[in-house]
Every structure is written in C-alpha cells, then in structure tokens.
Design a protein around this ligand. Structure first.
Ligand SMILES: [Zn+2]
Length: 463
C-alpha cells in the first residue's frame, strides 16, 4: 500500500468557516457530480479532516475536463440545456490549439463574485470602487474576439458595454507607432478607472510611451493578467504609467485564484476557491516551490476539485518559527500567501543537475541584463539552450549584451551548458496569442520534482 499523501494545508491559517465550506464542496462533488464517481472509493469519509481527505484524491487534469465534458461537472439536479435556455450559463471555449482547448460552463454571477472577492485583497482595487467602472483591456484580440489583422476597427466597434478593447492586432511586436498613439488617445478619451492588460502587450505600449515621452492618462489601477509578468515588464510598465500595478491570477476554468496585494505578494481568493499546494522535494526547490491544485467553491453550475491549473508557484517566506506561505507585510491573514507565480509547469526547463529552472528563474536572471525587454528561450535537451532577445532601442549602446546574456544563463544552467544567444528586433506571439518566454521542446516530467510525501495518487510511481 502506498503511504497516505500528506496535505500542506495543515500549516496554513484559514478563514473562519472555510474548512466547512471546502468539505461541503467536496461532499457535493462526490455525491452529485458524475466526473467524481470514480473518486468515491478513495474517500476515507467525513470523519477525516477535509484537507487530509482531499490529499487522497488525484489531480484533475485538462484531459479529464475534455473527457467528461461540461455535463460531467454538472450536479445531477441540473441540466445544461435548461441553464443555457434560461440564460444562466453559456459554453465558452478556451484559446489554444485544438488539443489544448477546453469547453467551460460559464456562469457570469459566479465569475463576477470571484472577481469582486479578488479586489478586496488589494487596497488600491478596494479604494477604486470597482464593479460598474469603465475598463480598458489590452490583450490578444484572440482572447477577446476583436481580431482584425488588416485595416483597423474604429473605437466604437471595440467598445462593448463598459469595456474598451484597445487593440485588434495580435502581434504586439508588429504594432506601429500610429497604432500605439491611437491607444494612448483612446485611454485619454475613454478615461477608464482600470486598465486590464496582458503584461507582454502593455510592456510594448510602455516602451512606446517612454521612447516618445508621451504622458498617458493614468487609470486608478493597472491589473496584469492573462500571462505572468516578468520583472523587466513590471519595471517598464511602472515607469510608463503613473498608477498602482497589481497582478491578478486565475483561469477560465477556476475563476480568480490569487490577487497581488499592495505589498507585492499574492493572496488566495478564499471566498471562491481552495488551493492545494504540492511542494517540490527539497533538492528541487521545495518546500517553497510547488504546484497548485484549485477546487472551486459555490459555483452551482460547475464543480472542480483539485484541478491542476498548470502553474508553479513560490510560497511567501515567513519569519523564524512560522510556516511559509502564511504571512505578508500587508497583515492580511487567511489562505495561502505566495511570493509569486513562477510560470507554466510546461515552461520548466532543466538546470545543471536535472533540477527545475522555472520561467520566473529565467525572467529574474535576465532582468540583470540592461536594456533587455523581452526574450524567448527554448531548450531542446538538457545541456543546451537557445535564446532570442529584444533590446529596448531607447536604452542606448548595447555592446556586450550577448556576453551578459550568456553569463546569467550559465549561472542558471551550468558552465557546461551550450548557449546560443541572438538579438532580434521583435518576437511574435505563440499561436494561442500569448507569449511563452521559456519552454523545453522535449517532455519534462514536472511531477518527478514533487515531494513524495505530498504526491497525489494519480502521480504515484512504482505502485
Ligand atoms: Zn499582502
């Protein structure tokens, strides 16, 4: 018999009543929701504390979501076609290639509640009185449905209710100065309270602002989402826009999961989700580094339990004698506190001794290279990486950058790693519309980095 997996949740302080809500969500899923029928035999029963119960179940993958379909996650008391007919839900498909796409049941009131809960975790968002505010959105038109690669879409056609979509062009590297000037004019005219942006897109606009000396009308809050911002992107966005910047983390499947507070740490949105943190083994960066499984709370149309959201995170370090992942200088207590998101698990490359190098490790290393504003690193196998990077034209002379890039990457990947580096004028997005700054081109078994004591049963090895 394999040992019973441990739960990291025991070391976290949770809000009052939270464990009961998680138990209710789990009991509901096991009793009512078809996708979890096969899990019932694994349940040690309600006498076992809920976080220990949860640890006995496998992770729910995107393949599971596709295999069961939207019906599989619907309680037996509800019917999909009725929900659609009554306007309670709609079906939405996530972006990506066909094999990556998932059809999600979208229940707007739950999504809105999850977003509102996230705002309470940042004092600037809380003060901005968000909810019926005007919002400008700068992200890939592939995610917003406003794509137009030839000609232009007039502003009126890109306004939808209280939202203005700032671009119809997918490739931020190919934006013209005229298009970016138009974005700045529209920001002044539309006067949004919040600007929600993909950091790769907003960093491109920020470079234009700094290069031209434009003075954009600042929103009350810039929310970075869709992708994990790099240190270099954050720095350039802060220089260009005189507004507080907060990173918001979640997914179409799981809603809002973490929100960055005004002190720069990420707080779990405990109103709407539970997070299981699966730490890596100590030699692979654990227990601070680990994977995230998300269980949704109180969504009447969709029950997700231990959904593998596909990212790696780093817990906030704590003082002596305190458990990691619990404290922030802002003083908010309750739920998991992260130092930050480390990037997609599928973006993990291998370091000198076969350990994980996260996309954020690469971002942090390259932040030390002056003028480097964007990069695309690929690893074809252990012991070799190649990188294309973009330099800020306004940053001045950049002789020796190749050497600097190689030096910082050698520290990450080891002295014997073959590093090919080249400067390029711009980098195109991936077919999904997003930018993938680091990734292996071969299979890396990220589960092999997990601490065995916390390994979910589906990832158990050797029986
Ligand atoms: Zn905080």
């Amino acid at each position: 018999m394999p040992p019973v997996p441990r739960s990291f949740a025991a070391s976290i302080s949770w809000p009052a009543g939270y464990a009961g809500r998680v138990a209710e969500a789990l009991d509901h899923a096991l009793a009512e929701v078809p996708a979890y029928r096969g899990w019932r035999a694994l349940d040690p029963g309600p006498d076992v504390p809920v976080f220990e119960r949860l640890a006995r179940f496998p992770a729910l993958t995107k393949d599971d979501l596709r295999d069961h379909g939207p019906d599989g996650f619907l309680p037996s008391s509800r019917a999909l076609h009725e929900g659609i007919a009554q306007g309670e839900i709609e079906l939405v498909q996530t972006s990506g290639t066909t094999s990556e796409q998932v059809t999600n049941t979208w229940h707007q009131p739950w999504w809105d509640a999850s977003e509102r809960a996230s705002w309470r975790l940042n004092s600037h968002a809380a003060a901005a009185d968000l909810g019926s505010h005007r919002e400008a959105i700068l992200t890939s038109p592939r995610s917003t449905g406003f794509a137009c690669e030839e000609g232009t879409l007039p502003m009126a056609q890109r306004i939808h209710g209280r939202f203005l979509y700032l671009t119809e062009r997918t490739d931020a590297g190919a934006w013209t100065p005229a298009l970016m000037d138009r974005m700045l004019r529209e920001l002044a005219e539309f006067a949004p309270t919040a600007l929600e942006a993909n950091p790769s897109f907003l960093a491109r606009l920020a470079r234009h602002v700094l290069a031209t000396g434009a003075r954009p009308r600042p929103p009350e809050l810039v929310v970075l989402t869709y992708e994990n911002p790099s240190a270099a992107q954050r720095a350039i966005i802060r220089r260009a826009f005189a507004a507080p910047v907060a990173s918001s983390y979640g997914s179409t499947e799981a809603g809002y999961v973490f929100m960055e507070c005004e002190r720069g740490r990420m707080h779990q949105v405990t109103d709407c989700c539970h997070v299981d943190f699966l730490p890596f083994a100590r030699r692979f960066g654990g227990p601070l580094l680990g994977r995230l499984l998300v269980s949704t709370l109180d969504n009447p149309w969709r029950a997700l339990v231990r959904f593998d959201i596909g990212d790696v995170a780093r817990l906030a370090e704590a003082g002596p004698g305190e458990p990691a992942g619990t404290r922030c200088p802002c003083g908010r207590i309750g739920g998991i506190v992260l130092e930050g998101i480390e990037g997609r698990a599928s973006g993990i490359t291998l370091g000198a001794h076969g350990g994980p190098v996260t996309p954020a490790d690469v971002d942090r290393a390259l932040a030390a290279v002056p003028g480097l504003v964007n990069h695309r690193l690929r690893q074809d196998g252990p012991g070799s990486v190649h990188i294309a990077y973009v330099l800020d034209a306004a940053a001045g002379p950049t002789r020796g950058t190749d050497r600097a890039v190689r030096a910082v990457l050698r520290r990450l990947y080891g002295r014997s790693c073959a590093i090919e580096a080249r400067e390029v004028p711009a980098l195109p997005p991936e077919p999904s519309g997003k930018y993938l700054r680091a990734a292996p081109t071969f299979a890396v078994d990220v589960d092999s980095f997990l601490d065995d004591a916390y390994r979910p049963p589906s990832a158990a090895r050797g029986g």
